[in-house]
Design a protein. Structure first.
Length: 498
């Protein structure tokens, strides 16, 4: 086991980090069957903050068996919709009670500023459980008029899809867990969730909260472990009815292949290369700070980050210098330092990936307007970066970087179809933002952009009621809102001859 070094600024999470936490399987907190653990790093320093269970196929088998029993024996179904909603609400209360502890865990594990975790990630996580608690009693079918001769009564019911496997990424560790768990549980499914190996801490703490809230054994199982072992075992498991995945498009394709064995249902929330489009009539102060936030929020580690910035040539210089100015003033530092505005990238691997994209951009002729460098020599800090003179064939503008790097490009079209064509020139289709003072233009452009979300004069606005997901290679299905229940329910049509 690696030696643990905790940050002296921790005020709430030291206790949890200091004790041996377990995965939640069949209602118990357990270590891996193999007895193995793996180290978890603080990305601000590269030091180890905990050793956590390395779950693999054997642990997945136990968790799936527990979830299968809880589903097949009707354990969760018998709780009933209203009481299920009440339990989800209880869990929200517990997350809220421990908000500071969980925000600290997110900060030391993922790198994000504590203050951001506290005001952004955590409240949304709480709200997700409260919003979905309300849905538990409202998942209904309909009665259907038949055109056949004779008399029939036909109706549909929405039933839970069964045992759900959920695999989540590291960019919003707790929030992603809550996005996935809350609707599946509201729908009456039982769940096996695997946290990302880079950021398992808040998921482990969440497992304890599920236990405290009194969820019946097997209904929720939370594992830590690696993608190639534990994740792959979930995706391929014959007793899992559905897999919900958030992560890279490459791994999304592997999930689809693994799911083919028993044709389990699949929903995917994958990568993006989202455009922020600034029209000449936009409120420029708003658009400049909005475009900066679109890429620099969460260090650009958002699947919907506004990583392609298109500004009309009449405002382009002002926009680029404005965004570059904001970038140069962002205070980069450890997430637990109260003055920090941007923390480190999540891992050494991510640091190498982002810096090699910047180098590749430079080599292929992009101009670094600001940033482009490492910050300090400890941890995984990268300066907020603006690239100019990028051409449509460059890797930096085609591929998802998943870091604080934006490619700025001027356009001189006034024709909305031509502007939309640029925005749509990507394999992805997750999100876009449009900045203009003209409502008509905004909505016309919104209808021409092929992505699951279009923001007008804003970016990165999330709410539990808003469906989120991608067109094209950004994924299958939608998370949140009423739409998410298509992921977690089967529709049954019942017809009676009268
Ligand atoms: P990133 O490249 O940003 O780390 P990934 O798509 O690799 O994102 O990871 C997202 C999640 O998918 C993580 O929980 C990871 O463990 C899991 N994962 C990675 N590879 C596989 C795989 N082959 N099968 C199932 N899950 C995987």
């Amino acid at each position: 086991m690696d030696t643990i070094a905790l940050d002296s600024r921790l005020r709430h999470a030291g206790g949890f980090l200091g004790r041996r936490s377990g995965m939640l399987i069949d209602g118990k907190l357990v270590q891996a069957v193999s007895g193995k653990t793996f180290p978890v790093y603080n990305p601000a320093t590269g030091t180890v903050i905990a050793n956590v269970p390395e779950g693999d196929k054997a642990d997945v088998d136990l968790a799936v068996a527990a979830a299968r029993r809880a589903f097949d024996d009707g354990v969760w179904a018998k709780v009933g919709p209203s009481a299920r909603g009440k339990m989800l609400w209880k869990l929200a209360d517990l997350i809220e009670r421990d908000l500071e502890e969980l925000a600290e865990l997110e900060s030391i594990d993922n790198g994000k500023p504590y203050a951001v975790a506290k005001v952004a990630d955590l409240p949304l996580a709480v709200d997700m459980f409260r919003y979905m608690a309300g849905w538990a009693t409202k998942i209904t079918g309909s009665t259907l008029p038949l055109s056949l001769p004779g008399e029939y009564l036909s109706y549909t019911v929405r039933e839970p899809v069964g045992v759900v496997g959920q695999i989540i990424p590291w960019n919003f560790p707790l929030l992603m867990a809550c996005w996935k768990l809350a609707p599946a549980l509201a729908a009456g499914c039982t769940v096996v969730l695997k946290a990302a190996e880079q950021t398992p801490m808040s998921a482990l703490r969440l497992g304890e909260l599920f236990q405290e809230a009194g969820f019946p054994p097997g209904v929720v199982n939370i594992l830590t472990g690696f993608g190639e072992t534990a994740g792959a075992a979930i995706a391929a498991h014959p007793d899992v009815d559905k897999v919900a995945f958030t992560g890279s498009t490459e791994v999304g394709k592997l999930i689809v292949q693994a799911a083919a064995g028993n044709l389990k249902k699949v929903s995917l929330e994958l990568g993006g290369k989202s455009p922020a489009i600034i029209l000449p009539d936009a409120d420029l102060d708003l658009a400049i700070s909005g475009a900066a936030n679109a890429i620099f929020f969460n260090h650009g580690q958002c699947c919907c980050a506004g990583s392609r910035l298109y500004a009309h040539k009449s405002v382009y210089d002002k926009v680029v210098s404005g965004v570059a100015d904001i970038a140069s003033k962002i205070k980069v530092g450890p997430g637990l330092d109260p003055s920090t505005e941007m923390g480190p990238l999540v891992s050494d691997e991510q640091f190498s990936r982002v810096t090699s994209y910047i180098e590749d951009g430079r080599r292929s002729g992009a101009h670094v307007a600001v940033g482009g460098n490492r910050v300090g020599n400890l941890g995984y800090f990268v300066a907020p970066t603006v690239l100019e003179k990028t051409t449509p064939d460059m890797k930096v503008i085609r591929e998802e970087i998943f870091g604080p790097v934006v490619c700025a490009t001027p356009f001189d079209d006034n024709d909305l179809d031509a502007i939309a064509k640029r925005a749509n020139d990507t394999i992805y289709g997750l999100a876009a933002s449009v900045w203009t003072a003209n409502g008509g233009t905004a909505h016309k452009l919104a209808s021409r952009i092929r992505s699951g979300t279009v923001w007008i004069n804003c970016h990165n606005v999330f709410d539990a009621s808003l469906p989120f997901g991608g067109y094209k290679q950004s994924g299958w299905g939608r998370e949140m809102g009423a739409e998410v229940f298509h992921n977690y329910t089967e529709v049954k049509a019942v017809t009676a001859a009268l």
